[in-house]
Ligand binder design. Structure first.
Ligand SMILES: [Zn+2]
Length: 281
């Protein structure tokens, strides 16, 4: 098995979104009042080569996101800026690697924010998996009010709902994505209530494809909730569960927008050293 990082352009958000400020409603309003932007952050999609077939985790940005300045939604219009060329979309990049849309067996979406489902149009022939809770939150007018862009989904988009809880991986409820259990989806609620992450177990190492569970590794290790999560306690519990896993098991943590994710993937840099268990003889 091999995991590849594919960058689909850049995004800038408010600093108060990456690292939440204050609590409750004040934390969520700070995203709108903060005048400071992050640097340009990468938006990664992930390709997993597995003997059962290629699995994509997220689809990255689409060039249509350059038009968000005309959106009626205040977050979409004012609080996020994208940079991407058409040839940086996931489809052309996969073709450059010799991978056609027919070759991608499955696409798993960590959540349905616009920079994760923005490349869906490139996968008309793949099975697409979305957590049931996430899909229900994102669809229709209610989804548009929440800042999703369901009107941008391809007309054929009809994902297979993913229900987690059949299995467990460490502290997480999980569901297998491959028969051998090497690739699993785990529930990582917080950033959105239906957010999932994908774990790819490769020998001793687990690659933790974290979506927007946090915007970078330092924020995860600090247990720092972002500015858009609806429930701080749920977010904090998820970040704590990731730390717990990373302490028990060699884990390479790979958030979508962490500028260091591709380097950590290539060099298999673990999030934390493993705690030594005391054995009684
Ligand atoms: Zn997101």
């Amino acid at each position: 098995m091999k995991v590849h990082a594919i960058q689909t352009g850049f995004v800038r958000i408010k600093r108060a979104q990456a690292k939440g400020r204050g609590h409750g409603l004040a934390r969520r309003l700070a995203v709108f009042t903060d005048r400071h932007w992050t640097d340009w952050l990468p938006t990664y999609a992930w390709l997993i080569e597995h003997h059962e077939g290629i699995i994509m985790v997220d689809t990255g940005q689409g060039a249509h996101l350059l038009e968000t300045g005309r959106s009626l939604h205040p977050y979409v219009r004012w609080e996020v800026v994208f940079r991407i060329e058409r040839e940086e979309e996931i489809g052309p990049q996969l073709r450059a690697l010799g991978i056609g849309s027919r070759d991608v067996k499955r696409v798993v979406l960590t959540h349905l924010h616009m920079d994760h489902d923005g490349g869906l149009a490139h996968f008309p022939l793949s099975e697409i998996l979305v957590s049931r809770r996430e899909f229900d939150a994102a669809r229709g007018w209610a989804g548009r009010v929440r800042g999703y862009l369901p009107q941008r989904w391809p007309p054929w988009f009809d994902p297979v709902p993913l229900d987690l809880g059949v299995e467990r991986v460490g502290p997480f409820i999980a569901s297998r994505l491959t028969a051998d259990g090497a690739v699993v989806a785990v529930a990582t609620p917080g950033h959105t209530a239906g957010h999932i992450s994908v774990l790819a177990h490769d020998g001793d190492i687990t690659f933790f494809l974290a979506g927007d569970t946090s915007y970078n590794q330092d924020l995860m290790l600090a247990g720092q909730v972002d500015g858009v999560s609806t429930d701080e306690d749920v977010s904090r519990a998820t970040l704590g569960a990731i730390q717990h896993l990373a302490r028990k098991h060699p884990t390479v943590y790979l958030p979508t927008h962490d500028p260091q994710s591709a380097v950590r993937l290539a060099s298999k840099v673990k999030a934390l050293p493993q705690t030594v268990e005391e054995h009684k003889s």
